[in-house]
Ligand binder design. Structure first.
Ligand code: TMP
Ligand code: MG
Length: 269
């Protein structure tokens, strides 16, 4: 299903020359049944690692998708969650080569699943020179590696995310907590390079794509008038659908929760 706020859509004169894209990664570019980039990074580590990650997921994920608690409470929980996970990578000796191998296996075993139409969407954006910023509270190394392995990590794609650094023995370094990008601080205050900034500077419009309500903050509120906000909703319970319809200009569910729909209906090609 496609839920569209037609009034808003009519105010935007979006075309391939005047627009850039800013998208979330986990459960937006990847599908809802895909492993997330945090899990993929460590998917070749021991069962103990996976158990510990899973326990953290079960504790913190319900908090992440709870819209009844305060921003302060949620922020505190998210920082705690991410710190614990980052520490687990060091504790269980994640190495760069294990991570790369895990991405490869996750793709071939269909544990890392991209939404329908991703390849065409990315390839078309490259052809038309439309910048795509991937702003993710996931693991940047996994995103970069996954796109490379799929042959669509093009120079119009700019990734802002949590990058694990490895020491000279290849082991994951302890993460600098002050740099953590999480669900609630994910916005454009994170820096692009000079060249990337130059490439988006003169674009009048943005298409924002995300799977959580908080993803709308990837673009500053004072720029929402010139932003088409697209929400992808896989768990279409009634009150959540209402929240999404009040948040996003377009909400995509079921078989329309894919990049074919975005390309066809919103970029008119
Ligand atoms: P995103 O910003 O690209 O969606 O990536 C971050 C998502 O990953 C966010 O919704 C929280 C989620 N997450 C997991 O699924 N597993 C984890 O272990 C952690 C720490 C976060
Ligand atoms: Mg997401």
């Amino acid at each position: 299903m496609i839920y569209i706020n037609s009034n808003k859509l009519q105010t935007l004169d979006i075309n391939k020359y005047n627009t850039y894209i800013i998208s979330d990664f986990d459960k937006t570019i990847t599908s809802h049944n895909s492993l997330d980039s945090w899990a993929i990074a460590g998917n070749l580590l021991s069962d103990n690692f996976k158990d510990e990650m899973q326990k953290l997921y079960e504790k913190y994920r319900p908090i992440e998708i709870d819209y009844t608690i305060t921003v302060e409470e949620k922020t505190k929980a998210m920082v705690e969650w991410y710190e614990h996970c980052m520490n687990l990578y060091s504790k269980y000796n994640l190495t760069q080569s294990r991570m790369i191998e895990s991405v490869r296996k996750s793709i071939s075993q269909e544990k890392l699943i991209f939404r329908n139409g991703t390849k065409e969407f990315f390839t078309n954006a490259k052809k038309e020179n439309i910048p795509i910023i991937i702003l993710s509270a996931g693991i940047g190394n996994v995103i970069e590696e996954a796109l490379k392995q799929q042959n669509y990590y093009f120079d119009n794609i700019y990734i802002i995310s949590n990058f694990i650094e490895f020491d000279k023995n290849e082991n994951a370094k302890k993460f600098d907590n002050s740099k953590i990008i999480h669900t609630l601080n994910k916005n454009m205050k994170f820096k692009l390079t000079k060249e990337q900034t130059e490439n988006i500077k003169n674009k009048k419009y943005k298409i924002l794509i995300g799977d959580l309500k908080e993803d709308e903050n990837m673009v500053n509120k004072n720029e929402w008038d010139s932003t088409l906000k697209i929400g992808i909703l896989d768990d279409k319970t009634e009150n959540v659908l209402e929240i999404y319809n009040n948040t996003f200009d377009v909400v995509l569910t079921d078989e329309d929760a894919c990049f074919q729909t975005i390309k066809k209906y919103l970029l008119n090609n």
